[in-house]
Ligand binder design. Structure first.
Ligand SMILES: [Zn+2]
Ligand SMILES: [Zn+2]
Length: 416
């Protein structure tokens, strides 16, 4: 218990001018052990208990041409002083480091080099300085947005699975039923099926759309009570449709490949009990035949399989809006309708276009910064979280399974 070690520490601290820093390092910023060190150092510091803030949480990044956008949440530990700004930094090397200061999430860091790997972090700043960096995320900006070649869309017939897909699987549809070739459906392959046997051509199929100009009195409304959403709709779309049943007189081209004899009928329906904050389940749930969601157009979303268990968008003939009626006369789509929805805005995340039966939202084809999404950007159920929409959500894409690959949440019991 001699005073010698204590004096040695004090000498070291004053020689290195590190007194306050050592205090911070020793007590982790919470001030619990500062009284024994500050009393004898003789420096002018130590009269404030505030420190720099804790590390923000960097939860999402997105890339665009020569830039990256970082989405983050503020640290709960402000250091005892108001967090006034944030520093977002992306570094490829010491000479290729870019820092942008902003007042809130998200922050876009520009001036980056495309196809170069950067490690990006965010720090919170208060009156005492900048705090610890967040855990870093790696990214590479890209000049050309990902697009899908619609002349060679993957045919989904062999992409149906009847067991929950692995978390790393992409582009599958988890069906509750095994394929059944005895079910009704066309067997006549249209010229839009490519000769490679594994792809099909959307543009070649378009002229075979069901013709006509029927119009409908559509209704669609949602309401929320106690965090549960109800959707009341009448199943007919807010846009015009082709004329159904398909006949050779009204649709000579379509009728060569599809003789859908159903018609479109309005019937008021209410879905209830959709959670506004659904749980993201670790194990997905399979999709059944029939409705799995409702679009804001007032008509239903079906999964991307026909009655036989094949790629419905490739095999079934629809009208120009990509809809048609099912047995029971419900008009529905197996992909994103090309009518009745607000157009996407360049450089922005798509708007909500519908609700899925597990309560999660369905959005259009654009992710953060307007990036055209592909299956590679989404999880095994065809959804994700991002900066613009932090809650889990599904996206429509041009690629199979087009909208939803499996339920990420738990679907409501009744969604016909
Ligand atoms: Zn269908
Ligand atoms: Zn998104």
């Amino acid at each position: 218990m001699t005073p010698t070690p204590s004096r040695a520490v004090q000498l070291l601290q004053s020689l290195l001018h590190l007194g306050p820093l050592l205090v911070l390092a020793a007590c982790g910023g919470n001030g619990s052990s500062s009284s024994s060190s500050t009393s004898s150092s003789g420096s002018s510091s130590g009269d404030s208990t505030a420190t720099v803030p804790g590390a923000p949480t960097l939860y999402a990044t997105s890339v665009a041409d020569r830039k990256a956008t970082l989405g983050f949440t503020s640290p709960t530990d402000t250091g005892g002083a108001t967090v006034s700004s944030f520093e977002a930094t992306c570094a490829a090397s010491s000479s290729d480091t870019h820092t942008v200061t902003g007042s809130a999430s998200p922050i876009t860091v520009d001036g980056l080099t495309n196809a170069t790997s950067y490690d990006c972090t965010v720090k919170a700043v208060n009156s005492l300085g900048s705090g610890d960096a967040s855990v870093s995320k790696s990214l590479a900006p890209t000049a050309t947005p990902d697009t899908t070649d619609t002349t060679k869309l993957p045919l989904g017939d062999n992409l149906m699975v009847t067991a929950a897909p692995a978390s790393t699987a992409r582009g599958y549809l988890y069906s509750c039923s095994t394929p059944d070739s005895s079910q009704p459906g066309t067997t006549n392959k249209g010229p839009w099926f490519n000769s490679d046997g594994t792809t099909w051509n959307l543009g070649t199929k378009l002229p075979y759309a069901v013709e006509g100009a029927e119009s409908w009195a559509s209704s669609f409304a949602t309401s929320i009570v106690s965090s549960l959403r109800s959707i009341t709709f009448n199943g007919v779309p807010s846009h015009g449709t082709g004329q159904f049943p398909i006949t050779s007189a009204t649709s000579p081209m379509a009728s060569q490949y599809d003789t859908n004899g159903n018609k479109i009928v309005a019937a008021s329906t209410t879905w209830t009990g959709l959670k506004t904050s659904p749980t993201v389940n670790s194990t997905p749930t399979c999709l059944g035949k029939g409705a799995i969601g409702v679009f804001l157009t007032g008509a239903r979303l079906f999964a991307a399989m026909d009655a036989k268990g094949r790629d419905a968008r490739a095999w079934e003939v629809t009208d120009a809006c990509e809809g048609h009626p099912a047995p029971g006369n419900n008009y529905h789509y197996h992909s994103m309708p090309t009518c009745g929805l607000a157009a996407d805005t360049a450089s922005q995340h798509s708007a909500l276009i519908g609700y899925v039966a597990d309560g999660f939202g369905l959005y259009g084809k654009q992710g953060d910064n307007g990036k055209i999404l592909t299956n590679a950007d989404l999880d095994e159920c065809h959804g994700h979280t991002d900066i613009a929409v932090p809650q889990y959500h599904y996206h429509a894409t041009e690629q199979f399974p087009y909208t939803v690959g499996c339920y990420r949440g738990t679907p409501i019991t009744s969604h016909n």
